[in-house]
Design a protein around this ligand. Sequence first.
Ligand code: SF4
Length: 468
Amino acid sequence: MSEVASPERTVTPAAPKVGFVSLGCPKALTDSELILTQLSAEGYQTSKTFEGADIVIVNTCGFIDDAVRESLDTIGEALAGNGRVIVTGCLGAKMGAEGGNLVRQMHPSVLAVTGPHATQEVMDAVHANLPKPHDPFIDLVPNAFGVAGIKLTPRHYAYLKISEGCNHRCTFCIIPSMRGDLVSRPVGDVLSEAKALFEGGVKELLVISQDTSAYGVDVKYRTGFWDGKPVKTRMLELVRTLGEIAEPYGAWVRLHYVYPYPSVDEVIPLMASGQVLPYLDVPLQHSHPDVLRRMKRPASGEKNLERIARWREMSPELVIRSTFIAGFPGETEEEFEHLLDFIREAEIDRAGCFAYSPVEGAAANEIPGMLPLEVREARRARFMEVAEAVSTAKLRRRIGATMQVLVDSAPGLGRKGGVGRTYADAPEIDGTVRLLPPEKISKTLKVGDFTRARVVGVEGHDLVALPI
Ligand code: SF4
């Protein structure tokens, strides 16, 4: 006799609960989303507290020393609050002083440790320590995003990871030693995930990787298939198709971690025609050719100033965000001033800057000419002063313009105003738009909806605008 649902099913023992802490960058966040999706599909539930969980997973970050400390502290808190802890993520791949695994040295009682991008290993560790619930009624828990799985971001935006790892060997970075060489996801999978996200209500898709411009290099730009049509595993074709998929949903596509290679020139017309946002996150790190060489940066031989000027000619609305390092080993005052001039001339819209800090295991530690901390910090402060002046001047030019704003927060339907972002602002890292209460009584604001708004002022990195 086949089994049927019956009232007795309500006495099914409670599903095992997993506590989850996700630290680190958007790439780590997408790893967390994959693990949570798998846990949910297998019927595990999540717990908001360490104490209420049967087991805790900590997804760690190992990029800079502060992140290492935060990750180790969190593992300690999870052990104190729960005792049964699985560690995954970049820190899990790090060696300790004597060559063994750093996490195991610091916290010997953890149940298992994996590196980043290791959903299956994490699931194996969960199964070994907390058997999965065999319940066909909860085995396939549907979720709003279908094949895209569970998302940890608000429902109206999502990160889309297109590849793992990196083929470069920048001297200040240990990511390749933790995440390995570039592995591009099949283009059909990436596009199917994008479609599922838009279907689920995502209005802004943020394309991420370690090097978006290198997408497909590892598979020699192999032709894949999506929706019955051939599509090359290459940035241009990917971005064009993402724009086509987004269009009927009126959704935004935003590109992160793009290096200034000549091939990117072909993507700019898609921005000019509105298929993807005229926004590029280009992590330049420096402008002086000698510093870039010491950093072993990708595209370090490119003439970035000329290239950016050409991009802006093709797409005048283009907004460029970038990150920089001040006080890299051996940086002279002249090289640093080259960087300040570059920020002014390239009119970088949004710039972040770190004072150089040595990362354990990075090749840059061997470069002679380490600068004293005060010099590195002072240069960072000088950099930020210039960058903020450039950014504010550019923001002021927007006063009087009417812009499309994606609403991130709007308590009480926005009667008292809200917060949103324009195409020029990526979530978490850029500025926001403070939306004033609408003048029209019939006008409401809803999270995840677009509204048009007239820019009436600038507050630091943010705009102030009136919904119309
Ligand atoms: S491009 Fe350079 S900084 Fe970025 S992940 Fe690769 S090695 Fe690290």
